[in-house]
Design a protein around this ligand. Structure first.
Ligand SMILES: NCc1[nH]cc(CCC(=O)O)c1CC(=O)O
Length: 304
């Protein structure tokens, strides 16, 4: 293997944190690495998220660097990584998951229930918008783009009453003082893979694959494989109004999933569990839940 290991990363503070996390973990194993910073389409395109934006906008540039042998390792937020199998890359490791919750960020840490009537809430995510509207159809949910810092500046300038962010990003960026309400899983199911990292290598790079195995967390991996398999079976990208959360408790893999209409008026909830033996348990549970969701009309709700 080429030493040091080259880690491709986007240059947002969150992406850099994630790449530096992997570098420091490698360092603790006595493995040298360097960061290869790149600019991705997702960081420069400030247009609201809609059907015209491509799935994989955050991850493609990073994967390109691997394909072009400019880097050996790609660190992704797993929820931004498309579920389509790409034969050129292998998911080498999924480290222990960070907090999965979505947060409602506002100066007074209001809960969803406490938001004033018709409050203006910023989120570019159809999943968050639909779940908010399913609880509070009066809310004025409006798109917001940019990295975490850009979004917070729009809250500060009172362009929005509140914005939605993943708690994982807030915690990783050491912004624990940020006033916010942690949505319960009943209120807001996270995006498949939220709070988890996915570390990819080139399919033929066995050395890099082996070097990263110490970072893989079995239970997290089985959980996110279940969530991502559900998303794939429903043919939803990261833009679809689909929430899923799986966790292993007492040897059982338990998963909740939701598919919503964009206005939140229709919502299909499913739950299931299975013995957590390996990744095949995850695929089986995802198949069961997605089948039930499709029987109930999920495919018609998913906008492509
Ligand atoms: N789509 C952007 C993105 N990708 C990963 C995270 C947060 C960290 C994570 O979920 O792992 C975010 C920001 C957000 O949703 O608030």
């Amino acid at each position: 293997m080429k030493t040091p290991i080259r880690i491709a990363t986007r240059q947002s503070p969150l992406a850099l944190w994630q790449a530096e996390f992997v570098a420091s973990q490698l360092n603790q194993q006595g493995i040298e690495s360097i960061l290869v910073p790149l600019v991705s389409g997702g960081d420069v395109d400030m247009a609201p998220i809609d059907g015209t934006r491509q799935v994989g906008v955050f991850t493609k540039r990073i994967q390109q660097a691997l394909a072009d042998d400019e880097a050996d390792v790609a660190v992704h937020s797993l929820k931004d990584l498309p579920t389509e199998i790409n034969e050129h890359f292998r998911l080498a490791a999924v480290p222990t998951r960070e907090t999965v919750a979505d947060c409602l960020v506002s100066p007074s840490s209001m809960s969803i229930a406490e938001l004033p009537a018709s409050a203006k809430v910023g989120t570019g995510s159809r999943r968050r918008a639909a779940q908010l509207l399913s609880l509070r159809s009066d809310l004025d949910v409006q798109p917001i783009r940019g990295n975490v810092q850009t979004r917070l500046s729009k809250l500060e300038s009172q362009e929005f009453d509140a914005i939605m962010l993943a708690d994982a990003g807030i915690v990783r960026l050491e912004m624990n003082d940020l006033p916010r309400y942690h949505c319960t899983l009943e209120e807001m199911l996270p995006a498949p893979g939220q709070g988890a990292l996915g570390i990819e290598v080139r399919s033929d790079d066995d050395d890099a694959y082996e070097a990263l195995q110490f970072l893989n967390h079995r239970d997290t991996r089985i959980s996110v494989v279940a969530e991502r398999a559900l998303l794939a079976r429903l043919h939803g990208g990261c833009l679809a109004p689909i929430g899923a959360y799986a966790v292993i408790e007492d040897g059982r893999l338990k998963m909740s999933a939701v598919v919503l209409s964009q206005d939140g008026l229709t919502r299909l909830d499913e739950q299931g569990e299975i013995d957590a033996i390996d990744e095949s348990s995850a695929l089986e549970l995802a198949a069961q839940l997605s089948e039930r969701l499709i029987e109930r009309g999920a495919a018609e709700l998913i906008v492509r």
